[in-house]
Design a protein around this ligand. Structure first.
Ligand code: NAP
Length: 733
């Protein structure tokens, strides 16, 4: 399918053929008929992307701060790679579209195939032939409303939210400053609500357009009578409310709002304007300044937007979706006229011309629509390279299909795999298709897709990597094993006992090969320390302190349905490493969590865990998000057989025995990703057992569930392999 893409580094725009996005369980796939280029917002986006690196840094000091913070945490090299990965990728454009539903997710409510819908949201309602939109960001289009009208819905909902924030009453005088699409829609809806409206802009043409929509007054900024005209037309009181819908770095709109607003009036800021609020007017009139957050309640709440969890109608009358629906109703009743705002229509193929137009100051344009008339059938996979003809013997033994290539895979797995001699990167699948194409191009995959089956059913692929978020791991592992392929899955192996049981059953059945991405045990530091204790005959006493850093509560890792929390998602690494040192599985665990009323045992990230291993060793893990991340992240101390071993951030190892201390430094603070991949590939090539036994990986995963159980019950919990698994694993390995 075709999609408009922007290069993050250069700002260059192009229309490319990419795989269609994946259907979300609580969402729909929509074949767009129209999408609206929101001139103000998209111009800012394109402008920013076209700036040089220095200019980008100057205009976004917040991003620079974030990068510097990351440097302290992860070092220059890692940070540089992350920044470059981001810059070298393409970004989607667009956030307001309308079209026909072509597929419905299994948990989606209220829509069926064939319904016409308006779609909202950056990253969802893209300028693309097919878009994947979650439940609360799409609204059914009523009869007699066309898609060319409905594609204004996102902007309509933004305008409505601005009006709601202004708490308008029938008969009030309201001024709208800035008469772009947003301002014009605001003005039309204010008229429909029975207000007297002043349309104000720097451009006479926009003022004329406002007048044609029955604005009571149209005023051009720069006209010296503007303020007195508003005051005199409101019985010398001033406007009851002023809605700023302009987008400018100038301070003029907020200053003007202060001048024309009445005593104790309301000023609502919808557009991005400079906010150097002049004290005199705002103080003396005791003006109320309010911001309007995008399309309404629900905006930026992942539970609402991504998970489809609605707010109760009685408590939140107007949500984003309900604002969208209301705008569509107003269109149906003829109270809003979008037709007169449309200045240009372009076919999707000509999107570059549309952007050239909106970027030119001197060209007159307002609403610019992209049309998707000659729909090209979506290809399930897109080839980037010539592939070897069928039947020809492939020389590399490890032919990889990759599912999920986000931050982690792009920074830590793919750069190593790309360089490996006997590895061939065949196909990559991600959810948005556009990222799949970026990754395929950057790392040299033959093809990309958004359909998992495109690699699971490819007979030439013998090995699958899974690096999606956690909720998909177990299902994909089972499907891969059943397809007769080997699997490398990022941690965690599973997020619940039920998922783990299913994996055990599938392993029993298929006897397939699997490695979980417990990379730390492959690091040079861990190998050195393990060797130091290899002659021991007595148990170890181990401590592992992790200064993990705070992750905001709305991050997917904390979401029980997606990430499963940090104990399952991250503490598994530390359980695995201690098991590696002890050369033994965990037999029982006991955990305590710091009191935090905001968190459940599942999502607590300040815990002290005690582990007992089958060989008699003990270990304790202190895992905290309460520290300063500029301080060392991980420190391991091991005592046993009259020796001591210490690892500091995988950069430094200290070994002590017989009164002597040996110090080692490991360049690049390797956490073992490269070595782990080499070991995995080597095992496959030589048809040897995996470097970590399935028993061990299952034990570690189960231990994380037991840690949570211990937090819930305040008692210790035993980790045991089932007899069934024990038997068959011993048979296989
Ligand atoms: N071993 C370690 O040290 C370490 C460290 C960090 C993370 N990790 C692990 O790495 C994994 C990924 O984490 P991340 O931070 O990279 O997450 P992320 O940036 O969100 O990446 C997730 C990837 O999965 C893709 N995806 C989502 N739904 C999909 C679907 N239905 N079908 C196919 N692909 C889908 C996404 O596609 P789009 O690109 O199209 O959105 C994206 O490429 C997690 O398991 C995490 O625990 C490991």
């Amino acid at each position: 399918m075709k999609q408009v893409l922007q290069n993050n580094k250069t700002g260059d725009l192009k229309v490319e053929e990419v795989p269609h996005p994946v259907l979300m369980p609580r969402g729909v796939l929509v074949r767009n008929e129209y999408s609206l280029i929101s001139k103000g917002t998209e111009r800012m986006k394109v402008d920013f992307a076209r700036k040089s690196m220095v200019a980008k840094a100057k205009s976004r000091p917040d991003l620079v701060k974030q990068v510097l913070k990351n440097v302290k945490k992860e070092g220059w090299v890692t940070t540089f790679k992350k920044v470059m990965n981001r810059l070298e990728s393409s970004a989607p454009l667009g956030y307001s579209s309308a079209g026909e539903v072509i597929a419905v997710g299994e948990l989606m409510e209220g829509l069926k195939v064939g319904d016409k819908v308006a779609c909202a949201g950056a990253g969802y309602a893209n300028h693309a032939e097919i878009v994947s939109v979650p439940m609360n960001l799409c609204a059914k289009i009523p009869e007699n409303v066309s898609c060319s009208q409905a594609c204004f819905t996102t902007l309509g909902a933004i305008a409505l939210q601005g009006i709601r924030q202004a708490e308008i009453n029938l008969g009030e005088n309201v001024a709208v400053i800035g008469l772009g699409i947003l301002g014009q829609l605001t003005l039309q809806m204010l008229k429909a609500s029975g207000c007297k409206v002043f349309g104000i802009d720097i451009d006479q043409n926009m003022v004329n357009l406002a007048k044609s929509s029955d604005a009571d007054f149209g005023l051009v900024i720069g006209n010296e009578n503007l303020v007195s005209k508003v005051i005199s037309s409101t019985c010398d009181r001033g406007a009851d409310a002023v809605i700023i819908a302009a987008g400018t770095s100038s301070n003029q709109p907020i200053e003007l709002a202060g001048e024309i607003c009445r005593d104790k009036g309301r000023v609502v800021v919808v557009g991005a304007v400079n906010m150097d609020v002049p004290r005199k007017n705002f103080y003396e009139k005791e003006l109320d300044i309010r911001f309007s957050r995008s399309y309404g309640p629900g905006r930026y709440d992942p539970l609402y937007e991504e998970m489809g969890i609605d707010y109760p109608f009685g408590h939140v009358r107007w949500t984003e979706k309900r604002n969208m629906e209301e705008f569509l109703n107003l269109l149906q009743q003829g109270k809003v006229n979008t037709e007169k705002l449309i200045t240009h229509k372009f076919k999707i193929e000509d999107a570059e011309k549309a952007y050239d137009l909106i970027m030119k100051e001197d060209e007159r344009s307002l609403a610019v629509l992209l049309e998707y008339e000659d729909f090209s059938e979506s290809q399930p996979k897109i080839y980037l390279k010539q592939i070897s003809p069928d039947g020809q013997k492939e020389i590399p033994t490890v032919n990889i299909g990759f599912i999920g290539a986000g931050n982690f895979a792009k920074n830590n797995l793919l750069p190593h795999l790309k360089k490996m001699k006997d590895v061939k990167l065949k196909g990559v699948v991600t959810s948005t298709g556009i990222s799949a194409k970026d990754v395929a191009g950057k790392f040299g995959f033959e093809y990309c897709s958004s359909e998992v089956d495109q690699i699971l059913q490819n007979e030439k692929i013998n090995t699958i990597f899974i690096a999606t978020r956690h909720n998909l791991h177990s299902e994909l592992v089972c499907r891969t094993l059943k397809a007769g392929k080997s699997v490398f899955v990022e941690k965690p192996l599973a997020t619940s006992e039920g998922e783990l049981e299913e994996i055990k059953r599938t392993l029993d059945l298929t006897q397939g090969k699997i490695l979980v991405g417990f990379n730390r045990r492959f690091s040079p530091a861990a190998r050195l320390l393990k060797k130091h204790f290899q002659e021991r005959t007595t148990p170890l006493v181990m401590t592992y302190r992790v200064n993990a850093g705070f992750i905001p509560f709305d991050h997917w890792i904390h979401d029980p349905e997606v990430g499963g929390g940090r104990i399952i998602g991250e503490v598994c690494h530390f359980v695995d490493l201690l098991s590696f040192f002890a050369d033994s599985e965990v037999s029982s665990s006991f955990a305590l969590a710091a009191d935090d009323s905001r968190k459940t045992p599942l999502t607590n990230d300040n815990v002290a865990v005690s582990l007992k291993f089958k060989d008699g060793s003990v270990g304790s893990i202190i895992y905290t998000s309460a520290g300063d991340t500029s301080y060392s992240k991980e420190r391991i101390e091991i005592f046993g057989a009259n020796s001591v071993g210490v690892i500091d951030d995988f950069e430094k190892t200290v070994l002590v025995s017989d009164g002597k201390e040996q110090k080692f430094r490991h360049s690049g603070s390797s956490k073992g990703h490269k070595e782990e991949l080499e070991a995995f590939v080597e095992s496959l090539k030589q048809n040897k057992p995996m470097p970590i036994s399935p028993k061990g990986m299952i034990n570690t995963t189960q231990t994380t569930f037991k840690i949570i159980e211990s937090l819930q019950t305040n008692s210790s919990a035993d980790t045991e392999l089932t007899d069934l698994a024990k038997e068959s694993f011993e048979k296989i390995y």
